[in-house]
Structures are given as structure tokens and as C-alpha cells.
Design a binder for this molecule. Structure first.
Ligand code: DC
Length: 283
């Protein structure tokens, strides 16, 4: 069961503070050249429905970028990785593994999983309890990719994601299969990537900035393994949709990536308005 709080889909996110997001961004990409800009003028150019998908491997800064982009545009942000992490947490808590397939799906179905859209980022609640901190722990991270490979579980999650988009029709949704499976008719599809080495370095720096000791070689090995698992699973593998715009984040600061994505989204919306039908193919 997936339900939602009643906050309006287009609540002005610019009223929320930038500070936590900026520090997370700084930890991920290093010192920002300029402060994050918030577009207070969102809305005038905004269509009624705008589904923007951002897919890509772990460590490209997708979540941070997707969140900042949503904030700039004044739309909602859906972290689908958090949903799979919550499913993995439910499995861990009940002593289940991916090998238990259907039992994991049954357990996940039995949990009331909902986002609280009044917080930034939206808080993920399982049976009323926030799981946002717990789902980043090592024991959850270790099994989330195989758990996300359970075909029936993916169907459940994709249904829930579509239900959310039906209510939150202006949405930046981020994951692995958002443009390919969940929202094949999305208005703008983006695919972020960076070399495994760059991603391992960023993750190491992020952990060190939080005072957590980090072994870059081990992190690199884990990233390579997670990429392999995410790209080779039979259902909902990580793929770049043919009609997605690819963005290499290896050499870009987070603010530059957000600038670039915002530019592309605006160009796509403008092209669509002009009737060129070029939303997904805008430069
Ligand atoms: O983005 P993340 O690291 O929080 O994702 C956690 C895991 O969930 C990762 O192994 C990929 C998987 N995932 C997925 O299979 N499909 C999605 N739409 C989002 C995440």
C-alpha cells in the first residue's frame, strides 16, 4: 500500500531553506563556485504536467542534482532509490534476502509506505516511521541491488511511482528506470553519468567530510559491483533510454550540472510549446 500526505503537488519549494542541500552538495562535489540560485519565478512557463526523469548509476550526484533542479523549477522531487532502499530495509528487518523473492514482495506490500511532501527532501515513512536515515546504512546498501532485482517488487514500485506522478504531475523523478520503464512518455528524459573512478573519489570525499573514514579502493570496487548488478539484472536494468539526453558530470560542479539541466528542461518545454515535438530531443 502506498499513500501520500495531502500537501499540494506544486507547493512553492523556494520557501524551504537551501542550507542543508548546499552542504550536502558541497560534500559531494567540493566547494561551490557560487551559491545555489533559487528561481522564484517558477510557474509562468510551467505546463500543467511536466515529468522529468533523471536516470544514471550511483555516485553521479543524481539525487542532489534532481533535488536542486526540482527546487529551482518549483516542482516535486521523487527519490525512487529511497523506495527500493526501504524495501531492502523491510527485508533486513525480517531476516529476508533477495532469494526469498515473493516473501519480500508480500512484506513490502503489507507496509504502509508513504512520502511526507511537506519536508525537503520528502521524508519516506514506513508504517508512520521515517526510514530516511536507516536506509543509507551499510547493511541495507549491501542488499538493495539484488532486492531491486526482484521482478514482482519492481512492478509494485513502478505502480506506486505512477500513482505518485498522477497526483504530483510536475515532478523530477530520479532512479535507474524512470525514463525507460516507469515513465516512457516523460516530457524530458535525462541520463547522468561519470566514470567509476570519479564517483569513487566523490564518495570518499563526501564520507571524509562527514568525519567517516573511507577507503577509496574499496568504494571503487563496490561501485563497479553495483554498476554490474544494476545494469545486468533481467528486470528494469539501468539503461540509457534511446530518447534521453546524456549528461557527463565527471568534470562539472554540481551547480553547473543543475544549470545545464535547467537549460535543457526550459528548451524542451519551449520546443514543445512551439509544436516542434522536440521535448526529449532538445539540445
Ligand atoms: O539511487 P540509490 O543508490 O539510492 O539506489 C539504491 C538501489 O536501488 C540501487 O542499487 C539501484 C536501485 N534502484 C533501482 O533499481 N531502480 C530505481 N528506479 C532506483 C534505484
Amino acid at each position: 500500500m502506498m499513500t501520500e500526505t495531502s500537501s499540494p503537488p506544486d507547493a512553492p519549494s523556494s520557501s524551504r531553506t537551501d542550507a542543508p542541500m548546499r552542504s550536502a552538495a558541497t560534500a559531494l562535489f567540493g566547494t561551490l563556485a557560487r551559491p545555489v540560485r533559487v528561481d522564484l519565478d517558477a510557474g509562468a512557463w510551467m505546463p500543467e504536467r511536466l515529468i522529468i526523469t533523471i536516470d544514471g548509476p550511483a555516485g553521479t550526484g543524481k539525487s542532489t542534482v534532481a533535488r536542486l533542479l526540482a527546487k529551482r523549477l518549483g516542482v516535486d522531487f521523487l527519490d525512487t532509490g529511497a523506495m527500493y532502499r526501504a524495501a531492502a530495509l523491510i527485508a533486513v528487518d525480517r531476516g529476508l534476502s533477495a532469494a526469498d523473492g515473493q516473501r519480500v514482495v508480500d512484506r513490502v506490500r503489507g507496509v504502509d509506505m508513504r512520502f511526507d511532501w511537506t519536508t525537503d527532501p520528502p521524508d519516506l515513512l514506513c508504517d508512520g516511521q521515517s526510514v530516511m536515515k536507516r536506509i543509507r546504512d551499510d547493511d541495507v546498501t549491501r542488499i538493495v541491488s539484488p532486492i531491486a532485482g526482484i521482478a514482482e517488487l519492481r512492478r509494485v514500485m513502478v505502480d506506486r511511482q505512477r500513482d505518485i506522478a498522477a497526483v504530483h504531475s510536475r515532478l523530477v523523478t530520479e532512479g535507474r528506470d524512470q525514463g525507460s520503464v516507469a515513465f516512457p512518455d516523460a516530457d524530458v528524459k535525462l541520463f547522468m553519468f561519470a566514470s567509476a573512478e570519479v564517483r569513487a573519489r566523490r564518495r570518499t570525499e563526501e564520507l571524509k567530510a562527514r568525519g567517516i573514514p573511507a577507503d577509496e579502493a574499496r568504494i571503487l570496487a563496490e561501485i563497479i559491483e553495483r554498476d554490474r548488478s544494476d545494469t545486468t539484472r533481467a528486470v528494469g536494468p539501468l539503461v540509457c533510454p534511446a530518447d534521453a539526453q546524456r549528461v557527463d558530470t565527471s568534470a562539472l560542479s554540481i551547480e553547473h550540472v543543475v544549470d545545464e539541466l535547467e537549460r535543457r528542461v526550459r528548451a524542451a518545454v519551449a520546443a514543445d510549446r512551439l509544436g516542434s515535438g522536440g521535448a526529449a530531443g532538445a539540445p
